[in-house]
Design a protein. Sequence first.
Length: 277
Amino acid sequence: MATVREQEAFLRAFHAAHPAVTVRTMAHGRAEGGRSSYEILRDRVAACDRVLDLGCGDGLLLELLAERGRRPGRALAGLDLSAEELALARRRPGVAQADLRSGRAQQLPFEDGRFDGCVSHMALMLMGEAEQVAAEVARVLAPGGTLAVAVGGGAAGDEGYAAFLRVARPLFEAAPAGQRIPSLGDRRLRSREGFDAVFGPAGFGPVHWETVRIDLTGPPERVWATVGGIYDLGPLDPAVTAELRVRFAREAAALALPDGRIPCAMRVHIATAVRDA
């Protein structure tokens, strides 16, 4: 089993090669009501004045948090392992005043009680040493502060994402050891019970857990860009990736809507918990 440092080395290398991949994959998706998963998190901390984005990537969520008229004077900070992602975040006009730092969630470079809100979009589930992460988040959140995170919940229905997994898994399993990704994160953080088991002892109240369907339907090229952005493809031989794309195109063609778009959706769990007062 890979060590936490090996996992983090893989994530750094992947995001160096594919910066902004999560935004390209998910930002166009919409839940019922028309919000993206990023906007759902933004709204979970609408009342917070000092917000940390844990695993901030290229800064899209920070930019949404900084939107004019939402919280005048709001202080924002972001942390990420990837220098390449942080470089993109610094180019966003709305993020210019944010305190952006490179670092690990297990050792947050912020003082106790600095924030009253913390968000994390599809990043917390990738972090090892989960109890240490929970302890650090609790430390930098003031009593009564809000933690809101989005974690992946798999395919939603027998659509494009499910079809991709059907054709991809045999190729992933057949790949030589050097072309497989390390195990990432802590599976407990993908369930309500597991989340409470990690964050409860750190000083958080019971998690509010909501599962939402994110519609990622689009033209074949965009759907491929969506499903093809997962970590497992990173180490694969390009010939294998090319074969996977051909196989997926066949599967997707059978699902196509009359206008040529491919139906595609995934589930995302939105977890919200409050730091005990």
